[in-house]
Every structure is written in C-alpha cells, then in structure tokens.
Design a protein. Structure first.
Lengths: 236, 360
C-alpha cells in the first residue's frame, strides 16, 4: 500500500477528559442551543394569528417552560463538571494566570493563529483555549445569576429567592437584568461558533484527535506536549 | 396616652355600633393585604392602639401621589385623614399656612418625638446645597432631616421619594435622589409608583398605625403584600401572552381583541405592583386594561428606560441587539472562512518546506 494511505508512526495516547466532563460538555451543547433558541422566541414571540390557542401545539407558555427546564438541567450538570474536576487532573482547565509560562505560551499560540509563526509548540490543552474557556464559564455564571435572579423574583421568600434576591437590586432594575442576560447569551453563542471553528481547525491542522477527545477523552500526539506534566502533577 | 384615641374610642364617640366597628376592621384587614385569620389581631389593635400621628411632607415632585391618595375608595381618604390617623401636618391638605403652620410642625415634632410616622412624597435635591427644592425657607433636605429625626418610621410615597423619580432622569440637573440617605437609622417603607395605587398608600399607613411595626418588606424595602407580584403574573391578559397572541400595533386586530401588549413595550414582566389584582379606583381599571402597555412606573430608573413602547431586542442602549448579534455572527463566519483558507495555505507551505528539508 502506498505511503500516503498507510504509514507507521509513533504516537502517545493521553487520557485527558473524564466521562463526567465529556457528558457535561454535551449537556452544555444541547442546553445552550435550546436556551438560546427559546430565549430569542421569548424576547420576540412569533404570532399565532391563524391558530386558536387550543389548536396550536406550541405556546409561549411552553417555550418558557422549556427554557426554564433546560436552565435547571444545565445548572445541575455542573455537578458532573465539579466531580470530574475533583477526581481527574485532565479536567482541571483553569488557566495558570499566576505562572510566567502561561503568558509566554499564550503569546506563542496567538502569534501562530495570526499567521506570524508557522506553528506553536504542542499542547494537550493550549493556554489560549484554557483562557477562553475560563471566560465562557464567567459568561455562563452571569447567565445563571441573572436568569435565576429574574426567575425567582416571583417567590422571593423561597430558597432560590433568598439566594438570588440580591441580583435585581444590585443591577438597579429588572430590565437591566434582562438586557445583560440577552447580551451575554449572544456572547456565549458567538464564542461557541469560534470554539467550533478552532476545534475543527486544530483537528485539520494537527490530526491529533482534538474533536474526538470530547467523545473518547483521549488525544494522540506525535510530539511531546509541553503541558503533559499537568496530567500527573509533575509540571509545577 | 388618653390624649390620643384609638379607632374604637373614635367609633364610641361617634355613637357607632360595635358591629360596624368589626366590619370596618374586616375591611381594613383585607385592604392591608392580610389574610382573614388576622382579623382578631386587627380588632385588638384597633381597640388599643392610639391613632398614629402623621406628618406628611412634600419635596421635589408633582403632587400626583396626593391626587391618587385622595381617590382612595376603601377606606375613603376623608375617613382615613379625619378618623383613622391624626394628620398633624401636610403641605397639601392642611388648611393652615405661613409661620403658624411651620411652628405647628415644630410643636408636633417635639410633642410626639419618636412616635409619629413621617410620610414623604417627592425626591430630595442635592446639587448646590439642595436649593432646587425649598420648603418653609429651608432646603427640603433640611426639613427631611429635621422631620425624620423624631419619626418612628418613614414612608416614602411614590417613585420620587423612593428612587428619585422623573426629575432624576438623565442628566439629572438637580442631582435628585430618593430620600433613603437622608433618613439614616429610621426604618423606611418604599411605596413606589407614579403614583402608587391609592389603596396601597392607605393600606401601608394603616399597617404601621395598627401594628406599630413595618409590614414585611422585600429587598428593595417595598411591602411584600403589595409589591410581591409582577403585573405580568397577575395580568388578566396573561393567557394571551401564554398562548402567543399579541397586539403588534395599537390599531390592529389583536389590540381590538384585547390581546397581550408585550410586543408594544409592556413593562409588566419587570414591574412589581398591585395593578393587576387591586387595579385602580375601586377596581375600575388599570393601564393595561385600557389598552396602554405598562411603563413600569414603580420601577427604579423606569424614567430612563425609554423608548417605553419598545421591548428587547429593539429596546437597548446600543440598538437592536439581535440584529447586531446576527451581523456579528455573519462577520465571524466570513472571518472564520478567511482564517481557514490562510491556515490551509500555511499548512501546505509548512509541509512543502518539511519535504524539502527531508530531501536535502
């Protein structure tokens, strides 16, 4: 067989993502998609001029309930994320802001993405991506806080009302909470588009299992990655 | 304390029956937003508690709250003012004026120090020493400090007293603000609204009068029994919202049929008030019932949340956010495609170079 079709080479397989992180990730994908679509429909409801409400199968009431249901599912799925974080080093993606190499490596990756460098050194989880994920979690946290802040105002004496009752007064008005919730939703979706592109691009450029890692949990690298020591704790 | 009578004393003096007294107490219970098993306590309080002394002052405002207040149907404002509270001083309703009137304020504050209820309408102005709102030769903030020092509780009537109101709208040239920071240490009940519902105004003061304590307040200091529900959640047009039936313009089929005004900018989903359940003027109507979307007049900053007839996505400080988002997503797709093309080119270059190196 020709060399182009089949070649033998040495690769190392790294187990990175626990099943908990992977399940969380896919719950997040579904939730964000559903939450974004239902959110847009709540903001700008379509009209049902033609149908009587008794005959239309989907009402704004249902759309809101679906939005709330997926908000709860998404929030609850963080239990998986946190459990994975505790048991598996590979799930710990927080960018190492306090380390010098974080900035050095981030700049290197950014320069490669701006075509100023031919390549960046290999990473299991590159520092720029980790920084971006941290930002996504901040956006998601804002969504959760503003969302429940608005939601629980119907019953301020409940546990949720006591936990999130400060949000609307803190932001000044409930409309402000709606605005922020809506803006940040767009921020998350735009970031997700960027994320999808970057992942597919990495798979295309390196062919080291970037896409499949979120199914299988492993990546297969030709080179020795800089941050392999993160997995066993040897990189301080 | 015999100098101040209770409600029951008042009934006795007027020769009214015990039966009508109890009936009055039942009415009071419901207008204060309490459940009927509280009737016993209300009767007890009305028998024993002396009628509260109220001092009512007006700041930077339009007196619209009074216009609302005097239209209270249960209790009738005349009943409340003449029989149920001892209104010692009121800028608007008092017959007296001039120096004797101001002297009476000082005398009232001294005589009932620590016992009277201070009702405040209108914002305070803070710019240039507060000269933009004067009362009795002093700034209103001076009067507010003086009157609140001896008050047992302060009721902030209207969005002005609670949050600053219309005159606090950008750019707020007089630096108007709510009264909260001028009555330090005193418990404040916020009764926002532009104006508040008359029965809410009388209900709050009756609660203070009969129980001698503040009604349960939410995180913004508003009485929960009147501000615990969104107008949206109590609106009689809510079923149209749930079914997805909306008026899109003020003269379309939906508007005529009385469908939901959400798409016409209704602020009901963000507004906490009793318009939906109490309604106005003995349950006659309220803005949404008469076909006008709620403007959220009991909300902090509602005056700056214009245009009031637009909701998101069109309402937004930066324009239609959904259009901006869609354009951003489109721009991103173009950028991504360009980046992908360059990435492929770069990869090919790199591979060609590696191949060359191998050959050498």
């Amino acid at each position: 067989m020709a060399d182009e079709i089949k070649k033998e080479e040495k690769r190392k397989v790294y187990y990175i993502f626990s099943p908990f992180l992977r399940i969380f990730h896919w719950i997040m994908v579904v939730s964000i998609t559903v939450l974004f679509i239902t959110g847009l429909l709540i903001t700008t409801p379509y009209l049902t001029y033609s149908a009587e409400p008794t005959t239309s199968w989907m009402s704004l009431d249902w759309i809101r309930n679906i939005h709330f249901l997926f908000a709860y599912i998404f929030t609850a799925s963080f239990i998986l994320r946190i459990y994975g974080f505790i048991i598996n080093r590979g799930d710990r993606l927080f960018p190492h802001f306090w380390k010098g190499y974080f900035y050095k490596n981030s700049i290197e990756v950014a320069m490669h993405y701006m075509f100023l460098k031919f390549e960046h050194k290999p990473f299991l989880r590159n520092p720029l991506a980790r920084g971006a994920y941290a930002m996504i979690y901040v956006l998601v946290a804002i969504e959760i806080v503003t969302g429940f802040g608005i939601y629980y105002m119907t019953d301020t004496s409940s546990i949720g009302g006591m936990a999130f009752g400060w949000v609307v007064p803190f932001l000044g008005s409930e409309y402000m909470a709606h605005l922020i919730h809506h803006y940040v939703a767009w921020g998350i979706v735009l970031s997700a588009l960027g994320h999808i592109y970057m992942v597919i691009r990495a798979e295309f450029m390196e062919g080291e299992g970037e896409v499949s890692s979120m199914f299988a949990g492993t990546k297969m690298l030709h080179h020795e990655p800089f941050d392999a020591g993160h997995l066993d704790g040897s990189l301080k | 304390m015999k100098e101040r009578e209770s409600l029951w004393d008042h009934y006795l003096k007027k020769g009214m029956s015990r039966r009508s007294f109890v009936k009055g107490c039942v009415a009071l219970t419901s207008l204060m937003g309490l459940s009927t098993d509280m009737v016993g306590k209300v009767v007890e309080a009305a028998e024993k508690t002396p009628l509260p002394v109220v001092v009512w002052i007006h700041g930077h405002e339009c007196t619209g709250c009074d216009e609302s207040f005097i239209r209270s149907g249960s209790p009738l404002t005349s009943d409340l003012v003449l029989n149920e509270i001892a209104l010692e001083y009121d800028h608007l309703l008092s017959a007296g004026c001039g120096e004797p009137f101001e002297a009476h304020l000082d005398a009232t504050i001294q005589k009932y120090y620590g016992k009277y209820i201070l009702a405040v309408e209108g914002a305070t102005t803070t710019k240039d020493g507060g000269v933009y709102c004067m009362s009795g030769g002093h700034t209103f903030s001076h009067l507010l400090k003086k009157a609140s020092a001896g008050a047992c509780a302060v009721v902030a009537y209207g969005s002005c007293a609670a949050y600053g109101g219309i005159q606090a709208a950008k750019p707020n040239p007089t630096a108007s603000s709510g009264i909260g920071s001028f009555v330090s240490g005193k418990p404040v009940v916020n009764v926002p609204g532009c104006p508040p519902i008359p029965e809410v105004m009388t209900g709050v003061i009756m609660h203070l009068a009969l129980f001698g304590q503040l009604p349960p307040l939410d995180s913004e200091g508003r009485p929960k029994q009147f501000y615990g529900n969104r107008i949206h959640d109590t609106c009689y047009r809510r079923p149209f919202f749930d079914a997805g039936m909306f008026a899109e313009t003020f003269d379309d089929k939906g508007a005529k049929a009385g469908w939901c005004l959400y798409k016409l900018g209704c602020r009901g989903p963000e507004t906490y008030n009793s318009c939906g359940n109490l309604r106005w003027f003995q349950g006659m109507s309220y803005p949404i019932q008469s076909g006008a979307p709620c403007i959220g007049c009991s909300n902090k900053h509602f005056w700056d949340e214009d245009p009031l007839l637009e909701r998101m996505p069109k309402y937004a400080p930066v324009g239609n956010v959904d259009k901006i988002g869609a354009v951003a997503a489109g721009a991103m797709a173009v950028g991504v495609a360009a980046h992908a093309v360059v990435s492929i080119a770069q990869k090919n270059m790199k591979e060609a170079k590696e191949l060359e190196n191998k050959k050498e």
